[in-house]
Design a binder for this molecule. Structure first.
Ligand SMILES: Nc1ncnc2c1ncn2[C@@H]1O[C@H](COP(=O)(O)OP(=O)(O)OP(=O)(O)O)[C@@H](O)[C@H]1O
Ligand SMILES: [Mg+2]
Length: 278
């Protein structure tokens, strides 16, 4: 009887060892699969980063040649006394516009690297959102004229609250510049609605709009709903940066079809933003 017990115990121990070995085998199979998946994710992330560097280098280098060309042309015309002061002013305004645009592109690249490295920190402070919206719209006066369009603005007299000022400027700036770029030279509407504890910023254009199947995708990184190089090219990251900044402030952004055609980007933000990390 005691012999039987010993054999039984051995059989039991053996079967639990086999079970243990098979558990280990399936868990190492699972970690192998986990490793393969993480490796594939890393390969994809590196490829995305390389693509980004290539686009960034291209986009930052390209405007430089015409910019230098314009400065050289202006310089030699001025030296030869060829231009009137009004012509000089016009040329300088054009160069100024291109340089400001260039600076914004560089800032967007910096934002992307800050967001991806997890270094985006909010710095909330009290200010008047109506003032800031008016200020950003003013910076587009020349670009809108140049793009053959105009910006209409509808904001309350004041709209005090606490937000990250740079993030707010970057959000509105990106949305207006898209509305001018994709808005088929039709007027752009910038609206601010004070809803008490929440604020709604709306940027509406009257271009072709964004089709329903693209309305989520365009907020992704490197996503464009137009072909490469179309509409003067682009990184496909403007809206991704905007979404990261809006969500860092506990807000929401969605795009809808505008009445009568075009699109409307709705940004909802709490009135008071806490200091946080995105
Ligand atoms: N107002 C708009 N009307 C129609 N399509 C738009 C509008 N805004 C954005 N899109 C679409 O969403 C895509 C993503 O926009 P996003 O701003 O992220 O990138 P981009 O404008 O292509 O490049 P960039 O990174 O230089 O801003 C655009 O390529 C365009 O297809
Ligand atoms: Mg854009």
């Amino acid at each position: 009887m005691s012999h039987m017990v010993t054999v039984g115990q051995r059989v039991y121990r053996m079967s639990s060892m086999i079970q243990d070995l098979s558990d280990r085998a399936s868990s190492s199979q699972a970690s192998l699969e986990d490793l393969r998946r993480r490796n594939a994710e890393l390969v994809e992330a590196v490829a995305a980063r390389d693509a980004f560097i290539a686009i960034a280098a291209h986009e930052l280098r390209n405007p430089m040649t015409p910019m230098i060309g314009q400065v050289e042309l202006l310089l030699s015309a001025v030296k030869a006394g060829k231009y009137s002061s009004q012509q000089i002013e016009q040329r300088l305004e054009r160069i100024n516009l291109v340089m400001n645009h260039y600076l914004k592109r560089a800032s967007t690249l910096l934002d992307v690297s800050r967001i991806t490295s997890g270094n985006l920190r909010l710095d909330p402070s009290p200010f008047d959102l109506a003032d800031v919206v008016r200020g950003v719209v003013e910076t587009f006066a020349e670009a809108a004229r140049h793009g053959g369009t105009s910006i209409r603005i509808e904001v309350p007299l004041t709209c005090p609250g606490v937000w990250d000022r740079l993030a707010i400027e970057q959000i509105i700036d990106n949305l207006i510049s898209n509305a001018i770029k994709y808005g088929a030279r039709q007027p752009v509407d910038v609206m601010l609605h004070d809803g008490g504890s929440t604020i709604l910023v709306q940027i509406r254009d009257h271009g072709p709009g964004v089709s329903p199947e693209n309305r989520t995708r365009i907020f992704g990184r490197f996503e464009r709903a137009v072909g490469p190089g179309e509409h003067g090219g682009g990184f496909g990251i403007g809206l991704w940066v905007v979404r990261q900044l809006v969500e860092a402030m506990n807000g929401k952004i969605v795009v809808d079809g505008a009445k009568g055609g075009g699109s409307v980007f709705n940004v909802t933000l709490p009135r008071h933003v806490e200091a946080s990390r995105a």
